[in-house]
Design a protein. Structure first.
Length: 236
């Protein structure tokens, strides 16, 4: 019974964004189960009780949040392992590294990177003809059409950042680091595919795929800023 009151109180607090319904002259919150007014001390006890009921994981994360934190850490480890491993495996290097060679390689890799968005646009174009995907004149929420449309938007945003990062690498990376561009492109593609599948099937896979495209790009921008500001040529 007490547990129900705790959750009901917190639910009302969340929905109002402040303290639940209160008596105007005192501002005391109402216990939704009994209808009685609650003292500040009673409110603190209820909050502690709710925290005990809902549970907390390590470092204060809730039990629902903690799996996503694990996915995030796993994402960083996978991306770093994949990149370092591919750097050791891939023996290809550009034959020359002139300004034209850099631009050509960047454009070629950009074409591969944008393919998931092109495919998704083609699929969305066909899905728009399906009346089951619509509610009146609006797209049905959480339908395949809705999800694919959001995937296109997110991929476009990620692609813009990624291409800018590739341009920076092509500008500043030495000849022997030129293979970093196709390796990062392959990582981007893997991330987009996992993100797309996860958007339809599994939120953890979606989070993992998002990280594979976003966090390596963040790393590239950090590398570029260090290179531009300090002039230090750190291997990428």
């Amino acid at each position: 019974m007490a547990n129900t009151a705790v959750i009901a109180y917190e639910r009302q607090e969340t929905q109002t964004g402040a303290v639940p319904e209160a008596r105007a002259e005192t501002g005391e919150p109402i216990d939704l189960e009994s209808g009685d007014f609650m003292s500040p001390e009673a409110v603190r006890r209820r909050r502690k009780e709710r925290a005990r009921i809902m549970g907390r994981g390590p470092f204060g994360f809730s039990r629902k949040t903690w799996p996503f934190v694990k996915v995030l850490v796993g994402n960083w480890l996978f991306a770093l392992t994949y990149y370092i491993g591919m750097k050791e495996i891939v023996t290809w290097r550009p034959e020359s590294w002139t300004a034209i060679d850099r631009l050509v390689l960047m454009i070629q890799c950009s074409i591969y990177a944008v393919l998931p968005a092109v495919l998704a646009i083609a699929i969305v174009a066909a899905q728009r003809l399906n009346p089951d995907m619509w509610v009146g004149q609006k797209v049905k929420p959480n339908s395949a059409l809705d999800i694919n449309t959001r995937f296109i938007l997110n991929t476009t945003e990620q692609f813009i950042l990624f291409v800018v990062g590739l341009g920076g690498i092509a500008l500043y990376a030495p000849h022997m680091e030129g293979h970093s561009i196709p390796i990062l492109t392959s990582l981007f593609l893997i991330g987009r595919v996992l993100f797309w599948v996860g958007y339809h099937k599994n939120p953890y896979l979606r989070a993992f795929g998002f990280g594979l495209t976003f966090y390596p790009t963040v790393g590239v921008f950090i590398w570029l800023l260090v290179r531009m500001i300090t002039g230090i040529a750190i291997p990428i």
